[in-house]
Design a protein around this ligand. Structure first.
Ligand SMILES: Nc1nc2c(ncn2[C@@H]2O[C@H](COP(=O)(O)OP(=O)(O)OP(=O)(O)O)[C@@H](O)[C@H]2O)c(=O)[nH]1
Ligand SMILES: [Mg+2]
Length: 321
């Protein structure tokens, strides 16, 4: 007999008019700079977070810059150390190619590991695709320029650094950081290989100007493609709890030393904060100071457990069974 899942089956934002959007000025500027540089680019490498292989890719813009498939394009799904098994990678490849049959070049990477197969596959595949393509005005040029694009915080700058370390044995050249929006402008090209010369161009992460699908917005927020304060840690934590329960992923119960699974985020965070001794002093209207459980600190911890893979490997686009 199958157990009925007693939890929420759909996620709703607290307010009907709320949208999960982040499109600061540096993204508009970045889009313009990307388009201006395109003439000198031989291949587009799009990086995305492997934990959301379907959701949140800014496909419309990235398809435009490949000239709708004219320029070679590789999709790199990064952070596979947080995704899990190769079986899952096979399923993702199948799912992506059934939705987008023109997507032929997909590579899975873990930038934190210089020996990772995917990392070593990027340059040979890009070189092969460029050699097979018609480079129009750049046909005489011996060097290859590869542009790295993607939504924020997926590891674009990290990929450039790891490839530079692997192929040139040189130190990192692109700035990397754990929050979205570290790279804010299209940079100068960075050398990745000596012969034949290969350069990479780092670009700022660019989201869709308007994310109309709420769950897609929440998934982007959960993996850190938007700064946490834009959406709010309380809402991100609530979406995480909703997703884990809906997919019957109850590892959080043991990890957070809870009595039982629950769909109530305030109750979960309060129980956890209490157990961990997370308290803070809050001044009341009447001037009295009260010691209360620190729910914000607890929600940050809950989110960071997910982001560091401590609830096990998770593909947020996985269908419910
Ligand atoms: N676990 C894990 N973390 C990674 C991997 N690749 C990058 N990161 C981390 O992801 C965060 C973002 O990396 P960046 O390279 O700055 O990402 P980006 O896409 O350039 O970000 P923006 O410039 O903000 O658009 C950093 O904390 C990296 O250390 C990976 O393969 N696995
Ligand atoms: Mg960057």
């Amino acid at each position: 007999m199958s157990m009925v899942n007693p939890f929420r089956t759909a996620f709703r934002l607290p307010s009907r008019n709320q949208r999960i959007n982040w499109f600061p000025g540096h993204m508009t500027k970045g889009m313009r700079q990307i388009q201006q540089k395109l003439r000198t680019v031989d291949c587009i490498v799009e990086i995305h977070d492997a934990r959301i292989p379907i959701a949140g890719r800014n496909s419309q813009f990235f398809e435009t810059i490949t000239g709708n498939g004219v320029k070679p394009h590789i999709l790199v799904l990064n952070k596979i150390d947080l995704l899990g098994s190769t079986k899952q990678q096979r399923e993702i490849r199948k799912q992506l190619q059934s939705e987008q049959p023109e997507l032929r070049n997909i590579i899975f990477t873990n930038c934190k590991d210089q020996r990772n197969h995917g990392v070593h596959d990027i340059l040979p595949l890009a070189t092969k695709l460029v050699a097979e393509s018609s480079r129009f005005n750049r046909a005489q040029s011996a060097e290859n320029n590869i542009m790295i694009v993607g939504v924020p915080n997926v590891g674009k700058s990290s990929i450039i650094n790891v490839l530079r370390n692997v192929h040139l044995k040189k130190r990192s050249a692109a700035r990397v950081g754990a929050i979205a929006g570290i790279t804010r402008a299209v940079g100068e090209r960075i050398k990745i290989q000596e012969t034949p010369p290969v350069y990479m161009i780092d670009t700022p992460g660019i989201l869709q100007p308007s994310v109309t699908d709420d769950e897609m917005g929440m998934k982007l927020a959960l993996v850190g493609c938007l700064p946490d304060h834009i959406v709010g840690e309380d809402l991100i934590a609530d979406y995480l709890l909703f997703w884990l329960n809906k997919h019957k992923r109850y590892e959080y119960v043991e990890k957070m030393e809870l009595q039982a699974p629950s769909d109530n985020i305030s109750a979960v965070l309060a129980e956890y904060a209490h157990k961990q001794g997370m308290f803070h002093r809050v001044k009341q209207f009447n001037g009295q100071v009260e010691v209360m459980t620190n729910l914000l600190a607890a929600s940050r911890k809950f989110i960071s457990f997910f982001r560091t893979g401590q609830f096990g490997p998770i593909n947020l686009d996985e269908q419910c069974t």
